[in-house]
Design a protein around this ligand. Structure first.
Ligand code: ZN
Length: 337
């Protein structure tokens, strides 16, 4: 007989409820920084009227369904932890549920385990500073070289291949900071074709921050170059323009627009040449152009800034500056060595 030892407490803490719910194909939508909501997937749920009664609290790693009939069928309890959820879904005992969880998370820890420290603080508002920094980050990884990122740049931005445990293991990690330069999240870029291409911590809202904003502010430049992705920003930075910011997508939120307006006088918009980039350019122009000068640098279709050489980036930026009659708005400090 094989004795199976299960650390209940560890499972409860390590296995993320949102990952377990997703494992059952249940789609929930995010409401606020730490809560997900949607239709209750439990077999105890009989009411067809309560379509939005199931809630998951990512920070506390618990779920609940407030439908009266569903609660009654569960002995009056509003909700529970990951084990309770699996026991109900599988109609099995708590112990069996724990064994299943252990099996799943043992076979695919990256799918089920969200390190506690990257989960949002239950009482905090969104994108609060992290109280840790990842260890085991290798800035010399060949993927970075293949993307044209110098070791010096990798160290400046804190990029590297993460060999530690958890959700970001085996990915290139990219630290994201708030306006004040406090670390708020890590993005994890897959390097082996794994989906999703970018992984963000649960609860992280990229619409509240701008990548590289704090460093761009520190340059004291009046003009900032706005790009879509992390690696676009890094390519522009390496081309000699440290006042560069990435949207982490092709949309601009109101918060991001406010951040830009409060720190810069002029924007050079350099989004991708694909359909999403063109759409993004149009909506961002509508939002920003009435309030501050925005120059659009048009890129050819499917061309991303990070696929351009430094010389090409310099050419389009200089052209844009000449057209605006201003040669001195973007600072160009020389890298030493
Ligand atoms: Zn229910």
């Amino acid at each position: 007989m094989v004795t199976t030892w299960v650390d209940f407490k560890q499972l409860k803490a390590d296995v993320a409820i949102e990952q377990v719910v997703a494992h059952y194909g249940v789609h929930l939508r995010r409401v606020g920084g730490t809560e997900l909501r949607g239709r209750c997937p439990l077999p105890t749920h009989s009411s067809s009227r309560s379509r939005d009664s199931f809630a998951v609290n990512i920070a506390r790693n618990v779920w609940s369904c407030r439908s009266l009939s569903c609660m009654q069928a569960r002995g009056g309890r509003p909700g529970g932890n990951v084990r309770d959820f699996v026991a109900l879904m599988e109609r099995c005992s708590i112990r069996e549920a724990a064994l299943r969880l252990q099996q799943w998370s043992g076979a695919a820890p990256e799918r089920f385990i969200v390190p506690r420290e990257v989960r949002p603080d239950p009482v905090a508002s969104e994108d609060r500073p992290l109280h840790f920094a990842l260890q085991y980050v290798d800035a010399t990884h060949p993927y970075l070289t293949s993307r044209g990122v110098s070791l010096r740049t990798a160290r400046t931005f804190g990029l590297g291949f993460y060999t530690g445990r958890g959700l970001l293991r085996g990915r290139i990690v990219i630290p994201i900071h708030n306006e004040a330069g406090e670390l708020v999240a890590y993005a994890g870029r897959a390097i082996d074709g794994q989906e999703p291409k970018y992984r963000f911590p649960a609860g992280f809202r990229k619409s509240l921050v701008l990548f590289n904003l704090h460093r761009a502010i520190a340059t004291k430049a009046h003009t900032v170059i706005l790009v879509e992705g992390f690696f676009d920003a890094i390519a522009v930075y390496q081309a000699g323009y440290p006042a560069v910011i990435a949207l982490m997508g092709s949309t601009l939120s109101r918060t991001q627009a406010d951040l830009l307006r409060s720190h810069f006088d002029r924007i050079i918009l350099m989004l991708d040449g694909d359909a999403a980039g063109q759409q993004g350019t149009a909506t961002i122009m509508n939002l920003l152009a009435p309030q501050m000068p925005v120059d659009v640098v048009s890129l050819q279709e499917r061309e991303q800034p990070d696929q351009r050489t430094a010389r090409e980036i310099q050419r389009v930026v200089q052209q844009s500056q000449a057209e605006a009659g201003d040669e001195h708005t973007v600072t160009l400090p020389k890298e030493n060595g």
